[in-house]
Design a protein around this ligand. Sequence first.
Ligand code: ATP
Ligand code: MG
Length: 877
Amino acid sequence: MKSSTIRELFLDYFSSKEHLIMPSFPLIPQNDPTLLLIGAGMAPLKPYFTGEKKPPHPRVATCQKCVRTPDIDRVGYTGRHATFFEMLGNFSFGDYFKEEAIAWAWDLVLNGYRLPVERLWVSIYLEDEEAYKIWNENIGVPSDRIIRLGKADNFWEIGLGPCGPCSEIYFDLGEAAGCGSPDCAVGCDCDRYLEIWNLVFTQFSREASGELIELKQKNIDTGAGLERMAVALQGTHSLYETDLVKPLYDHFYSIADPERRNQEVPLRIVTEHSRGTSFLVADGVIPSNEGRGYVLRRLLRRAVRFGKLLGIEGNFMAGAVSLVAETMGSTYPELKERQNYISQVIKLEEQKFQETLVQGMEILDGYIAKMRQEGDKVLPGELAFKLYDTYGFPLDLTSEILEEQGFMVDHSAFDQNLKMQQERARAAARSITGQDYSEKYKIIENMTTIFTGYETLEQEAKLLLTLVDGRLSQKVVEGEQVEILLDQTPFYAEAGGQIGDTGVIEAPDGRIKVENTVFSPWGQIIHQGIVTEGRISPDETVRAKVDSDRRQGICRSHTSTHLLHRALRHTLGDHVNQAGSLVAPDRLRFDFNHFSGMTKEELRAVETEVNKMVLANVAVQAVVTTLEEAKELGATAIFADKYEEKSVRMVSAGKYTRELCGGTHVSATGEIGLFRIVSEEGIGSGLRRIDATVGMNSYHQVVEREQVLERIALALNTAEGLLKEKFNEHLAEHKLLLKSTQELKQRLAGYEVKTLLAEVKEIEGVKLLSAAVSADSFESLRMVMDEVKSNFASVVIVLGAVNDGKVLLVGSVTPDLVDGGIKANEIIKELARRVGGGGGGKPDLAQAGGKDASALPAALDSVEELIRKQLKSVKQV
Ligand code: ATP
Ligand code: MG
């Protein structure tokens, strides 16, 4: 029977018994901070069992994906223990109880799956007479087939609270599968008697006093391993031979070194871990040094290590992701949907570890040889720590290897070293930022926040903590300015010129407006914002939603900087390197080195090239790779940035550009829309800056310009298309008008001078003109004066004009008359006094301004008198 049929049959059977069939929950517990990973069908249903939540239906059945880390050491050594497996289960929340649960399980096993009754055994808890009676009397299982087991095996209990006896169904795989011991029987630890189904009857509650009391609401929780059912139904001896796992086993067998592939345990371990790791990454786990991330890391590193024993080369775990997706993808579509992502995450971790493994193993072998020589049994903690710190050897890997050869690790000395290192890291963080983060923000130092925003803009997450002023706050309420940490978030924290995301975080009883997202000194993602509604507390499940329009605008800008970089290098030369950038919604700034300002033609060429790349609408893709590989592929790196050798993200836009970049991008260049350079300027020696717009921003600017043109066309009373001709027409007309006014002015001035010449009189042999004329500036007033003067060899001229209510005065005396004692500056000074102003100059030329226009005629009349006085005083001397 195919495993897909086994799954279907189970769910159909319980559906016919009025169960609600629920899909598998994710491996990451959704609302349960006490649980690392889902390890049983009942785990995600816990709130229904405790009565904390009302179940959608009193009867539920599921096929739940599970990860059980405690079984990791048994993987490979038994044929029935996996870290990843699927658990079929039926559940009753205070509805049916023991009688139905037992009867249905037996019915399905016997009549649904048609397992031969002579190979079936059952176990009960030794004191559970009720179960015995049901099995023996109701069902008819002979008493010698009902095994009574003790507390350890058949009483389910975790701490205080609900608990109860279990009853299991076993399938006999036959003598050949067993240990051969004379006491081998149901409950033996070997593979012969395979526990396929466990029925848990939650009927008691363990009180603090130690007493067991009967529960009012009795529950049923059963679990049947799908892989184990398949073992029984497919006539195999281990889960590695079932259709769920065999394709993977065969694959690893085929890529293993032919001389070493007969090593069954390593082959099984690699096979088994390939499933769990893929599923964990698919559900959002990322390798790290703690929590779920560590489970994943441990599985991967263990697989890599055993892969080495099999002589398998390369990133074989990443290589198997597609096969996992192929075998399991129809039931778990997330494997197919995220296949690329999964293999990238795995590849990265694998690669990192592959490299350190070789070195680490050598060193550890050295330690072991020395211990052997000196008769030591315990590896000093500091050496284990060095392996951990420098070569990425997890402590349990070190102790596993040591134990295989009969040695041990000093765990507490290891812990001591770890603590000291964390202290050092803290001090370093302080000195880098120059701020004392050890007090404020200290609480977040060892937390992990995962960025999911390359794939999604909206994400359910657990609120890890809320900070006010850098200090932990248990509850924040409306109006408070807060900083929030989530276990995972789609919000991009400001980095590499790209500004931080904004958006909202919705909590069950509140709402936060996220105004910015930044990195902490230790790399955690911090959402900064204000509580706009209600209240928010840690441990709540929230929805984090990035402002998607704004982010899209940012993506457009970011991809554009890459295209601009390439176009600049193309047009100006390969010396062009990015020196900095600002990536904002639909607006970008790009700083680069170049020795001179760009010409209009160069700017146009660059803008055109970028727009061509946009119109080509090539795909923009990001891959995680090593620095070395990225360099080989010709990726551009930014000078000032530091990259990790072993893991870089390379963003490419078709064949146009490849850059190392952690930012977010559009998925195809066409999304950028119109790219427009707004300005180009120098910002320091050899540094230039381009400001540009993209998307709707460019469009709006074009529209604005068009409106200006429209207005001009309207004013010129013409169509926009004729604007150029119309403008040239106007320009020509304007020139003509200028010319003719110039001529007119000259002619007018000529007439005026003629009139003025007629007004010249003679006082005591001195020719004098003192008159008011029309002039709008000193300059034109002087021009008239010069014109008059040119008609005489010896003359005194004083001219006045009124312009805009102000008086202008100029005066000139020919040198001969200056010698004779007439001084222009003195005359003008006196006149200025009379018109309420001031001025000055020299004896031959002077000018002044005044405010009292009405006093001008009298002032001009007084010049004759002034000259007489001056002449007189000279004679007296
Ligand atoms: P075992 O004693 O064989 O480890 P268990 O008592 O731990 O099993 P349960 O916790 O009762 O198992 O889980 C319910 C069912 O899930 C089991 O009857 C078995 O079919 C399946 N199962 C449990 N652990 C594993 C595992 N590590 N790999 C595959 N299937 C498992
Ligand atoms: Mg177990």
